[in-house]
Design a protein around this ligand. Structure first.
Ligand SMILES: [Zn+2]
Length: 360
């Protein structure tokens, strides 16, 4: 991992689960230790402690001494918070805390990772760059924290990064894997063993909803809807997706299921004659075979949309189908694809693409 702060990252792998819990807004069964911790119990963060800093941010683990000007210049939320007479505080203002004479802001509701990664990104512009390898916790934390604290420079970089997989326009839907969002498209298959791409899809949807993303939601929902219902329920609960969201995934899953058939039926068009009886027989048989082989086909929708006709007509099959029918398959496939894409937000109860773009 080509990160200037890779020492930190290995440690953070350990805290992935706690970060996920906070991102997913699961309410801990036990009270947060934060209430009991006094500032003197917290550790100074080694990397994000500037002696000339003017403010101390406190999570339930660390203290970060940073500069008010950096926070205020990049975040409207910090700017407003720091303009208050007390100098900040995200929660109660019962007593004004200071640490070594510097005002302290308690980062209530944020995990230690959320705060650390946000600050790292603010202080080092190479810490997170769109379309470069990163880690799942960094991506999730930056999406959450840049939205909560309104840090447009970081939020837009995160969204740009997400768009490489979660396209908001049909031509931008590319052939790539969800894991590429973390490891990059050049990564080999022997990636981080702790990374679970199934979990990641649901974590991202959860984070995307909390960050009020719009244009990425249809493809985020589509990704989750490709999984079997039991897994959808398990992972939706694990990452605290609400009942309405689970309902949209499941009902969207059913609506999504007709599209692979539409694609297949149009590509093979067994109802249409041509001059070659073997071509017609091949197309009829191929459609039947495809349906039998792809009973669990929902996860295919993205692949079909991206790969096109070769997804159905492999090289061997193409030798048995006549040129006219191959040409027609391309045309009809494109026709179905142009109908599928506008339908995608509706499938998940999100209105139209125009609605989503307007509300950004
Ligand atoms: Zn033909």
């Amino acid at each position: 991992m080509a990160s200037p702060l890779s020492d930190e990252l290995s440690m953070d792998e350990y805290s992935l689960s706690s970060s996920v819990l906070l991102i997913g807004t699961i309410i801990p069964e036990e009270p947060l230790p934060q209430e009991k911790n006094s500032l003197s119990d917290l550790k100074r963060d080694e990397n994000l402690w500037f002696e000339d800093g003017s403010i101390v941010l406190a999570t339930d683990v660390h203290l970060f001494c940073v500069h008010k000007s950096i926070l205020a210049n990049n975040s409207s939320v910090f700017k407003d918070m720091l303009a208050m007479p007390s100098g900040g505080g995200t929660g109660s203002s019962d007593e004004e805390d200071t640490y070594e004479g510097k005002p302290v802001v308690k980062m209530v509701g944020d995990s230690d990772d959320d705060v650390r990664y946000l600050l790292m990104a603010l202080y080092n512009h190479n810490f997170f760059r769109a379309n470069n390898p990163t880690t799942a916790p960094i991506l999730l934390s930056l999406l959450y924290a840049s939205s909560k604290y309104d840090v447009p420079a970081i939020r837009s970089e995160v969204i740009k990064h997400l768009k490489s997989y979660y396209a908001d326009e049909l031509p931008k839907l590319r052939k790539c894997d969800l894991k590429d969002l973390v490891f990059g498209s050049d990564s080999s298959s022997d990636v981080d063993n702790d990374f679970d791409v199934k979990d990641f899809a649901f974590q991202l949807l959860s984070a995307g909803l909390r960050a009020n993303l719009k244009e990425q939601l249809p493809t985020m929902y589509m990704e989750c809807a490709g999984h079997p219902p039991k897994r959808i329920l398990r992972l939706s609960n694990k990452f605290s997706l609400g009942n309405d969201v689970i309902g949209n995934i499941l009902s969207g899953r059913e609506k999504l299921s007709k599209w692979p058939y539409f694609f297949a039926a149009n590509v093979f068009s067994p109802q249409l004659d041509c001059n070659f009886i073997t071509c017609w027989e091949t197309r009829s048989t191929a459609l039947f075979d495809w349906i039998i082989k792809n009973q669990n086909h929902r996860e295919l929708t993205r692949r079909i949309t991206v790969e096109g006709v070769p997804c159905f007509i492999k090289e061997e099959l193409s030798k048995k189908i006549c040129a006219d029918c191959l040409k027609r398959a391309d045309t009809l496939f494109a026709d179905v694809k142009s109908k599928f894409w506008p339908d995608l937000p509706k499938i998940f109860g999100l209105g139209t693409w125009e609605d989503l773009k307007k509300s950004v």
